[in-house]
Design a protein. Structure first.
Length: 429
């Protein structure tokens, strides 16, 4: 009998890096964990067959030819690493870089015949990306699983599109829910990045009379890779200038769910009393739902006080430096399935002030100060405390340094690999 293969589907991130200049959210998680899973050493006895070269495989779905095709480990990881190096600034140069990546992709695909994955009964196919990113993507995975008698594993990060329908485009949640139900009914196993997300799905399955698949919870990593010499130096003058006056950092997509307007109101209030002594407020992230309108409000606030700004294209090498230079960080979101910026802040020794919504308390525990996402008074009081009381901030940072345990992405990979190993084991379900 041939050894079983664990196929990591990279369709989502493969498409994403052809069109974007940096990663965020789910794609950021995938780019961090995939290289670690690809190098997993198979120390778990159940994973030996899936961890040896050629038996722990990458694949992607080709929407043009309607088949799954294998992806070369080395070539894909090299492409991923090259993508993460900082691109030239400016719309024109980013467009040129994007066109160049697409041309490289076409040349690469044209240089070899299209090959179908050698699926075999008992193999596992794993989707860690956004299973809803294209119509029929989830259908393709589950159809292949049925045809080849594979075992399918999906990661469900949250139920936000269903729980908060008003935050998305009109009726988009209905389509998302159909995809979700397909995944819930067709999967052999689900993995979740928080207990909150799993509990939410368990409750959903109960309401909709869906048998809850076997599931595991894993913890996302939070440690940055060493900054690249390209990425780390680009924003140094700006970081240095803002650090001299003090800045508070907000890392998230810039959209209505992330609740940036709360912080704009808090900063307006503080600026009225503190004036130029108010720390800068720096938003770092990509534009999301209603992002254009929010960015306009951020720019207007910046023109009024000179203390607010948004940076929309920052890579990980720069981002780590922005964290390190901040007084503290904030996460005012109305709902999260995890809350990676909270964990990243703590991993770099920085205090975080966070809303108490969703999974955020699960991330920060009692090392973080929390506020209701609608409580401007509590939020403003916490900002005043940590921005203007150096002793309080130093005490919080000392406690974080002593008590917070950083999570490595290799640990995340090992947890996910163990979940896959359950299915690779004969009789595993």
């Amino acid at each position: 009998m041939f050894p079983r293969i664990a196929w990591l589907d990279v369709t989502d991130i493969h498409e994403y890096i052809q069109h974007q200049s940096s990663v965020t959210g789910i794609q950021r998680v995938v780019t961090a964990v995939l290289p670690e899973m690809s190098l997993f050493d198979g120390s778990d006895e159940r994973l030996r067959a899936a961890a040896q070269p050629g038996q722990f495989a990458l694949c992607r779905y080709d929407f043009k030819h309607h088949l799954f095709t294998p992806v070369d480990h080395g070539e894909f990881l090299a492409r991923l690493a090259a993508f993460q190096v900082k691109r030239p600034k400016g719309m024109a140069s980013r467009f040129v870089a994007m066109v160049s990546r697409r041309a490289d992709k076409k040349r690469s695909e044209a240089s070899r015949p299209l090959e179908a994955c050698a699926f075999a009964e008992g193999d596992v196919i794993v989707c860690l990306g956004a299973f809803w990113f294209k119509p029929f993507y989830a259908h393709a995975i589950l159809s292949a699983a049925r045809a080849w008698k594979l075992k399918a594993v999906f990661c469900v990060y949250d139920l936000i599109p269903i729980r908060f329908q008003e935050w998305g485009k009109k009726d988009a949640w209905r389509i998302w829910e159909r995809w979700l139900q397909l995944v819930l009914r067709g999967s052999n196993s689900l993995v979740f990045c928080s207990r909150h997300a799993r509990d939410d799905v368990v409750a959903y399955c109960g309401v909709h009379n869906i048998a809850m698949p076997h599931s595991r919870v894993f913890r996302l990593g939070d440690r940055f890779a060493p900054p690249s010499p390209v990425g780390g130096a680009l924003k140094q003058p700006l970081i240095k200038a803002l650090r001299s006056e003090g800045y508070v950092l907000v890392v998230s997509s810039i959209d209505i769910r992330k609740n940036p307007d709360l912080l704009l109101r808090v900063w307006e209030r503080i600026y009225r009393t503190r004036g130029p002594g108010t720390p800068h407020l720096v938003f770092i992230g990509k534009s999301g739902d209603q992002g254009d309108k929010i960015i306009k409000r951020i720019k207007l606030a910046g023109r009024s006080s000179g203390r607010v700004r948004a940076l929309l294209d920052v890579n990980d090498g720069e981002l780590a430096e922005w964290y390190r230079g901040a007084l503290f960080t904030m996460m005012p979101s109305r709902m999260e399935g995890w809350g990676l910026p909270v964990a990243e802040s703590l991993s770099l020794g920085k205090m975080c002030l966070s809303s108490n919504a969703g999974s955020l308390p699960e991330v920060g525990g009692d090392l973080v100060e929390y506020f209701d996402p609608d409580d401007i008074d509590r939020c403003a009081a916490l900002v005043e405390k940590y921005a203007f009381d150096p002793d309080a901030l130093a005490k919080a940072e000392a406690r974080i340094a002593a008590e917070y345990r950083t999570s490595l992405w290799s640990e995340t990979a090992a947890q996910l690999a163990a979940a896959v190993g359950d299915l690779l084991t004969p009789g595993g379900d």
